[in-house]
Design a protein around this ligand. Structure first.
Ligand code: NZQ
Ligand code: ZN
Length: 385
């Protein structure tokens, strides 16, 4: 196992009716900017619950943060934060609203051009404090310090983060799941599943507990997927779904082990270029990524096949390959297509364009061994057509 240093300061308030405890978590005399998305919170009752908790506070609202939070829109919110002298941010939404809020937390006291927070990739050490009310289990953003921001003008989607960008608290009420559309439920399951894979599907390092943690999250997602898709108001299924998504990317399973994240790097480009939902880009890229890197990942792929899918027959290579096919079938069982051609007709040249972008950014060694060159990336993306 590798050395590690782990600190996660986010307070989690989990369970039914917990949005009512919001007021207890907010700092006295805070001037709050409440941020939300396209309006789902107004029709499912979450907006009213949050407003009740904010009754004794001075609150400014900023709605309209779109999926894949857009830089130009966030810049409007930044103006408000400065003009209104906001002291606390409250994100009410899924990964997009929470990520947008993290960016604003960092940008509020940043002297330079805010976009350079994303291009410089310097860890953010401090920001405006913020809390979240999660409305969509998927990204784990509610308990991590990462953020992914999109800029339509340049068709870019880049990540930032740092120890200063953990939420102070996050309220996780699984009852919010009941109003989530099928497409987003499937996305949430696939995104969390792939987060585990990025931190697990590397090479063995003798981290027995981390492997079992990772496998238990994968197994739980597989177990609850049919129930959640059939009936999102199934509280038992929703609570397991929600906690699995949080645990998949709150840093715990990443400690002491190598991690990959190349699937996400390629996937983000597909969203930037074609607007494909984040989780679906992962389901497009992951199969070819694992097929292309089968040799260097075969031990963990075979372990995944054996422990998750009960594949015990055949050589390591055969079990590894069978594990990949099971993963593809799982994505498809969620109703998610796993080839780029299923999402766009104009996919020609995508692989070359992504390889070129990575070269320009100096991303010349991706993956857990830092061994994937832009030429490798080009082949993987091409295999995903
Ligand atoms: O905008 P509204 O109207 O609220 O509708 C949203 C949105 O259209 C809807 N929704 C959310 N909660 C709902 C609901 N609809 C009904 N009932 C509810 N309770 O769902 C749609 C998608 O929301 P979004 O926040 O975009 O989804 P998600 O949570 O999947 O976030 C995706 C974003 O997170 C980034 C992705 O790249 C993408 O930009 N990621 C962030 C990560 C992180 N910070 O750690 C890691 C991930 O790998 C990912 O990259
Ligand atoms: Zn993701």
């Amino acid at each position: 196992m590798n050395n590690f240093l782990y600190k996660n300061p986010t307070k989690i308030i989990f369970g039914k009716n917990q949005i009512a405890s919001l007021a207890k978590e907010l700092p006295n005399n805070a001037k709050i900017l409440m941020l939300y998305g396209g309006g789902s919170i107004k029709s499912n009752g979450i907006y009213d619950q949050v407003k009740k908790g904010l009754a004794d506070y001075e609150v400014v609202e900023f709605g309209g943060i779109p999926a894949n939070p857009e830089y130009a829109i966030l810049m409007e919110a930044l103006e408000i934060i400065k003009k209104e002298k906001i002291t606390f941010l409250l994100a009410v939404g899924g990964g997009s609203v929470i990520d947008g809020t993290k960016f604003l937390s960092a940008a509020a006291s940043y002297a330079g051009e805010p976009w350079s927070l994303l291009t410089d990739r310097k860890p953010v050490l401090a920001g405006l404090p913020f809390g979240t009310v999660l409305t969509l289990p998927a990204t784990g953003s509610e308990m991590n310090s990462g953020s992914v921001i999109t800029r339509a003008e340049t068709k870019e989607k880049l990540a930032m983060g740092g120890p200063g960008l953990f939420p102070v608290f996050s309220i996780l009420d699984p009852e919010v799941v009941r109003s989530i559309p099928q497409r987003q439920l499937a996305n949430g399951i696939a995104d969390a599943f792939t987060h585990v894979l990025e931190q697990y599907m590397t090479y063995p390092i003798g981290a027995l507990l981390q492997d079992r943690f990772a496998e238990s999250i994968l197994q739980t997602l597989i177990d609850v997927a049919p129930a959640i898709l059939k009936d999102p108001s199934d509280y038992q299924a929703a609570s397991n779904f929600m906690w699995s998504c949080t645990m998949a990317l709150n840093g715990l399973i990443q400690q002491g082990v190598p991690s990959d994240w190349a699937v996400h790097a390629m996937g983000h480009e597909l969203t930037a270029m074609y607007g494909i939902d984040h989780a679906r880009t992962l389901a497009i890229i992951a199969p070819s990524h694992y097929r292309y890197n089968l040799e260097s990942k075969k031990e963990k792929l075979a372990q995944f096949a054996e422990r998750i899918w009960n594949i015990t027959e055949g050589s390591v290579e055969e079990r590894a390959a069978a594990g990949i096919e099971k993963m593809v079938a799982f994505f498809q069982s969620l109703g998610i297509d796993t080839t780029l051609a299923a999402y766009t007709d104009s996919y020609g040249g995508t692989a070359q364009a992504i390889a070129k972008r990575f070269t320009l950014r100096g991303w010349t060694g991706l993956g857990e061994r830092g061994a994937l060159s832009p030429a490798d990336i080009e082949k993987i993306v091409e295999m995903s057509y």
